[in-house]
Design a protein around this ligand. Structure first.
Ligand SMILES: [Zn+2]
Length: 471
């Protein structure tokens, strides 16, 4: 921890205001982040949430905290069951490839790994025990072999989202894992076995868990009944997180989470993404269109997580240009250090470094205000470039500018030093791709194109063959 740490403020959804952050355990932050349902490739909107959580995690580390982060992988719920039935597969056959793809995407975007990625199907006994404890406290009822949470029996229901149980109609009960009703409803904890669906034989009878219960069971298993931060996308607030509070506090009788942080949706062309609107993009789609993964990362992390963000070609272009300026500066510093040239110590540069670090931290402390924090970095880049244009500075000072940039980048995570690909390497991959296409293995061909795109190599299929260029 720094000697005189300034407080960090987070906007807490529960109280709807910025609050000074204090961890329960000194120097250690325990946080839970709702993860993907692994039945398909995650779309770029999902990655907005994971990138916000990555920046949150990185900034806490920057401030000297040890972070224990848990992200669940939902590998049993309605959509997965439906897909398994449609394709005549087991739920594990459906989820396995997408789980792998998810981790590949995290690496592509430079998202740090959480400490735990628990899978719902590996925590059935924990969920059963939690439901039993809710049952013992009179918070549940049973209907046709399914078990529901009785929302009206939990005093505090609605604390997070404002959807109070007084709006509950008698008998309002939902079985679906995801529902968007604007009113409180009794929700399913355990679903009775249905013909053709995967089920577990348990003390609650044969069946499977509802979606909400896994996050309560797994967060409390890995982080304890009371932990610091819980995050998600804004669509998780109700009903999912409201239900998590009811399940967890209903069972333990103690406070579940201190700070709830939620990020806004990512819009595409001003609209919410939907497959039917043709504005639905996976990370892989965007890379295939020629976007550099680090420019995409920059595009998302440089916007404030609670502000609307609209994905447009112009926005991506501007993000690429800004990200390139950071990379150019990084290269300039590296080359300057390699050249071994040294000049005079610059007081102006010293001041620019100090001011920009101070501002960077000030803005990050203010509910992760990344747009202003990034602006502080650009102030430094502009000042430093001006000074370096006039001639080399003292080598030690150049080193400290470089260290500052690296330190700021432990939070932003946009600098990825990469060796440029050799021409032979590119030609060989193009050859492999041509062969894959000849044997009509288009998945393999596309994978090679993606791999090249990720390294900034753009392919162009022409009548004369494949041409390539560096972006
Ligand atoms: Zn969750």
């Amino acid at each position: 921890m720094t000697a005189n740490p300034q407080p960090i403020y987070f906007h807490n959804t529960e109280t709807n205001r910025k609050e000074e952050f204090h961890s329960i355990e000194p120097g250690h932050v325990r946080m839970y982040t709702c993860g993907p349902t692994i039945y398909d490739y995650a779309h770029i909107g999902n990655y907005r949430a994971y990138l916000f959580e990555d920046v949150l995690r990185r900034y806490l580390q920057y401030r000297g905290y040890r972070v224990t982060q848990v992200m669940n992988l939902t590998d049993v719920e309605d959509k997965i069951i439906r897909k398994a039935q449609e394709q005549g597969k087991t739920i594990f056959e459906v989820t396995k490839p997408f789980e792998q793809a998810f981790f590949e995407d995290l690496d592509t975007l430079g998202i740090e790994r959480a400490e735990y990625y628990p899978r719902a199907t590996a925590h059935i006994p924990e969920m059963v025990a939690l439901i039993q404890s809710l049952r013992d406290k009179g918070l549940t009822y049973e209907k046709d072999g399914s078990i529901y949470f009785r929302v009206s029996a939990f005093q505090d229901y609605g604390r997070l989202s404002g959807n109070r149980p007084d709006s509950l109609k008698p008998g309002a009960r939902v079985d679906a894992d995801e529902y968007e009703k604007e009113e409180a409803s009794d929700f399913v904890l355990w679903k009775a076995r249905k013909e053709g669906e995967h089920f577990w034989e348990t003390e609650l009878g044969p069946g499977r868990p509802g979606w909400h219960i896994e996050c309560s069971a797994m967060s409390m298993k890995y982080l304890g009944p009371h932990f610091d931060i819980h995050t998600g996308g804004e669509d998780n607030i109700f009903p999912h997180h409201e239900n998590e509070i009811a399940q967890s506090e209903g069972a333990t009788g103690t406070r579940f989470v201190n700070y709830w942080l939620h990020c806004r949706h990512l819009l595409v062309g001003g609209e919410k993404m939907a497959k039917s609107k043709g504005n639905f993009f996976t990370l892989r789609d965007l890379i295939q269109q020629g976007n550099h993964p680090m420019a995409l990362r920059y595009f998302i992390v440089s916007s404030h997580y609670r502000s609307p963000l609209n994905l447009t070609p112009e926005g991506l272009k501007a993000a690429h240009a800004a990200w390139s300026r950071i990379m150019d500066f990084h290269t300039r510093l590296r080359e300057g250090l390699q050249s071994g040239k040294s000049g005079a110590f610059s007081n102006d540069l010293e001041r620019a470094v100090r001011t920009s670090v101070q501002r960077f931290e000030e803005h990050m402390n203010d509910d992760l205000d990344t747009p202003r924090a990034v602006a502080a970095l650009f102030d430094l880049i502009r000042e430093a470039n001006k000074i370096l244009d006039a001639g080399p500075v003292e080598r030690g000072q150049l080193q400290s500018v470089s260290d500052t940039l690296r330190r700021i980048d432990t939070v932003l995570g946009v600098i990825r030093p990469e060796e440029p690909m050799l021409d032979e390497e590119i030609e060989r991959l193009i050859q492999d791709r041509q062969e894959a296409r000849k044997r009509r293995d288009f998945a393999a061909a596309d994978a090679i194109r993606d791999q090249l795109a990720a390294r900034g190599i753009v392919l162009e299929d022409t009548r004369e063959g494949v041409r390539w260029k560096r972006r």
